[in-house]
Design a protein. Structure first.
Length: 318
């Protein structure tokens, strides 16, 4: 009888715990998926702003005149104002071969690889890897365990009398730029990271009280990312379990050059599940105790009349 009472409680308890675990995992997965969409959207919105500014500047007749006339002084002032308003690391005005005519901070750097890849009949943008030797000329790019920089690059063609005469080129280095990751954490409360290849170059994840830039994601995650696939699920992030989503960043040629990540610490979910399981165990034990008491009481109610009947029969027989 006791077993009949307690077994259903234990079965229901086990099913309930499994159901709660499943539902919380689904909620966690949905949350990181939503957060990653917000993350991607915020990056895309900024890139659209960069494209709009770059394209508009390139389309100005007065600007194309300045470029054709090689008016470096006025072009420099133009580049400085554009850099300040766009909050980027480099604004450069080049000839059609990618040679810099004028730039913000009078930076002289090799933009030909980027321009040759992105130059088209309209504005183009992409994430590209910039060598550390070039990125160091206009940004604080250095991150441990990586020698290069991840950059958002935007190139708009400049035409004069229907002929291509140059470009407006904008470069924003992502290394050590916490704008996007901090914005996402402030908005959602969850962690965010941008990787160059498998190395964290901008992150809200911390270790020893410092942003964990220069640390790497797991090989398990990176192997999936390099196959142009998202990683969704539990992952170990610097010794702590997180519910995560990682998504690849690709350059103009479709090569995987980085990762964006959002994650939720798993510990609070585990704590809820553990508390629920403990409550179910307590309820089951209380149910067991109640079943024992009921069984003892019921047994006594049944056996007492039998004992009295037996006693009376014995007395009658005597």
């Amino acid at each position: 009888m006791i077993l009949c009472a307690i077994i259903p409680l234990m079965v229901v308890g086990g099913v309930s715990t499994n159901k709660i675990t499943e539902e919380m995992q689904i909620q966690g997965d949905n949350s990181v998926n939503d957060n990653l969409n917000i993350f991607q959207e915020s990056i895309e919105n900024v890139i659209v702003e960069f494209e709009t500014t770059t394209s508009y500047t390139a389309s100005l007749d007065t600007f194309s005149e300045l470029l054709v006339n090689d008016d470096k002084e006025v072009l420099y002032d133009f580049a400085e104002k554009m850099k300040k308003s766009s909050e980027v690391d480099l604004v450069a005005f080049t000839d059609k071969n990618g040679n810099i005519i004028s730039s913000s901070d009078n930076v002289q750097t090799n933009l030909k690889p980027v321009i040759s890849k992105l130059l088209s009949n309209e504005v183009q943008s992409s994430f590209e890897i910039i060598s550390g030797s070039e990125a160091s000329k206009y940004s604080d790019y250095k991150v441990n365990n990586i020698n290069d920089a991840l950059a958002i690059c935007v190139v708009a063609p400049v035409y004069h009398s229907g002929e291509l005469v140059g470009t407006v080129t904008l470069v924003d280095i992502v290394n050590n730029d916490d704008y996007w990751v901090d914005s996402l954490k402030e908005r959602t409360g969850n962690e965010a990271t941008i990787f160059l290849k498998n190395v964290r170059i901008s992150t809200t994840v911390q270790t020893n009280g410092q942003d964990a830039t220069g640390t790497k994601c797991s090989d398990e995650v990176y192997n999936i990312i390099t196959n142009h696939q998202d990683y969704v699920g539990t992952a170990n992030v610097l010794g702590s379990e997180y519910i995560t989503k990682y998504s690849p960043i690709e350059d103009k040629d479709g090569n995987v050059v980085g990762i964006i990540f959002t994650g939720i610490p798993k510990a609070p979910f585990v704590a809820v599940i553990t508390d629920t399981r403990n409550e179910i165990i307590i309820i089951s034990l209380l149910g067991l105790l109640l079943s024992i008491l009921i069984a003892l009481y019921t047994g006594r109610k049944i056996t007492k009349p039998i004992e009295e009947l037996k006693k009376g029969t014995e007395e009658f027989g005597n």
